[in-house]
Ligand binder design. Structure first.
Ligand SMILES: NC(=O)c1ccc[n+]([C@@H]2O[C@H](COP(=O)([O-])OP(=O)(O)OC[C@H]3O[C@@H](n4cnc5c(N)ncnc54)[C@H](OP(=O)(O)O)[C@@H]3O)[C@@H](O)[C@H]2O)c1
Length: 260
């Protein structure tokens, strides 16, 4: 039986969507630390400096980075992300695709607007579908796709009508693509499902939502706190490793035991 092959990702190229801050930045830096070249994607003008700083921090780890401003939900911007990855790839391939970028505004059913629906489904579902379709010709045998899901997909959190539906859709996509890209392509497709994490998305939640969530957070079996980026990123990096080859179509809970 082969020995533990380690967590190394040397020579691979990873696209991390939404890598200017929060969990995406943490994942980008950890994959870089393990040897991967990184596409740092972001969307807003206000995040340019932050994204460039992530790119510099990646390069300081001795690998290549390229920073790409692109809205994953806009079809005409997806080729920018693929072209950027191919520019830094030394294999002509894109070995790792992390679907992390997402919108997560709260709205109860009665406050849900068509605009909220469209913007969230575009960023959280349409973006990953068409970015994966565009990447497919470059994803080699042993390729890895990881989605970041959310408590919303499983727990039924009030105020998350649209967000929860997008994340449940992402979890469905991993099960479908595990089959479509499995035997034929040798690619694994998985989700990591974090509970609340201390990032901008969490702290931007409205006061009432944070108050309502407090009892849940205090009941977290592993510890009475929200998760940190450092609780989640290593699990994403593990799913990108060779050792994770027998895990596909699955959802890895990373929520301190709050739910499965
Ligand atoms: N925070 C939580 O409590 C929590 C819990 C469970 C799951 N999650 C999930 O974890 C992931 C990361 O969340 P986070 O808390 O780190 O979020 P965050 O701090 O709000 O950061 C979101 C990132 O996504 C980018 N982004 C948003 N829309 C985009 C688009 N259409 N195209 C490209 N990039 C886009 C943002 O770019 P700009 O900087 O340019 O805006 C930013 O880099 C998301 O999938 C989220 O749903 C978060």
């Amino acid at each position: 039986m082969p020995d533990f092959t380690g967590l190394e990702l040397t020579g691979k190229t990873a696209i991390v969507t939404g890598a200017s801050r929060g969990l995406g930045a943490g994942i980008a830096l950890l994959l870089a630390k393990r040897g991967a070249n990184i596409v740092v994607n972001y969307i807003s003008d206000g995040s340019r400096e932050r994204a460039e700083k992530v790119g510099k921090d990646v390069e300081a780890l001795g690998v290549k980075s390229i920073v790409v401003q692109a809205d994953v939900g806009k079809m005409d911007q997806i080729p920018k992300i693929i072209d950027a990855a191919l520019k830094i790839s030394s294999t002509g391939k894109i070995e790792i695709l992390i679907h992390n970028a997402a919108l997560g505004l709260e709205a109860n059913l009665v406050n849900t607007t068509e605009e909220l629906y469209t913007t969230h489904f575009d960023a959280n579902v349409k973006g990953p579908i068409f970015l994966t379709k565009a990447a497919e010709p470059y994803l080699p045998q042993g390729g890895r796709i990881v989605f970041i899901s959310s408590a919303g997909a499983r727990l039924g959190v009030a105020g998350q009508t649209v967000y929860a539906a997008t994340k449940a859709a992402d979890e469905a996509l991993v099960r479908v693509w595990a089959k479509e890209l499995g035997q034929s392509h040798g690619i694994t497709v998985n989700c990591v499902n974090p509970g609340p994490i201390a990032t901008d998305q969490w702290f931007q939640s409205d006061e009432q939502f944070l108050k309502d969530m407090q009892p849940l957070i205090e009941s977290t079996p592993a510890a009475p706190r929200v998760g940190e980026v450092s609780d989640i990123a290593p699990l994403v990096a593990f799913l990108c490793s060779d050792d994770a080859k027998w895990t596909t179509g699955s959802v890895l809970s990373a929520n301190g035991g709050l739910y499965n």
